[in-house]
Design a protein around this ligand. Sequence first.
Ligand code: ZN
Length: 69
Amino acid sequence: MYADPIDEAAARSEQMIAVALANRTKPQMVFTGDCHWCEEPISSGHFCSPECREDHERMVRAEQQRKLS
Ligand SMILES: [Zn+2]
């Protein structure tokens, strides 16, 4: 399909970037020691409770909707 091996490599890395972007639905979260939603101190994970996780996800989803429209 590709006559030039350099073109093939470029097309492949473009494909990889496209896949990476498509999979970026969840932002990479770093452990900060605080709940990402209410900033409560926590010892592991990103949220102090499932409720905070849900609220945060809802906010992220709403933000994505805003960007799309
Ligand atoms: Zn919290």
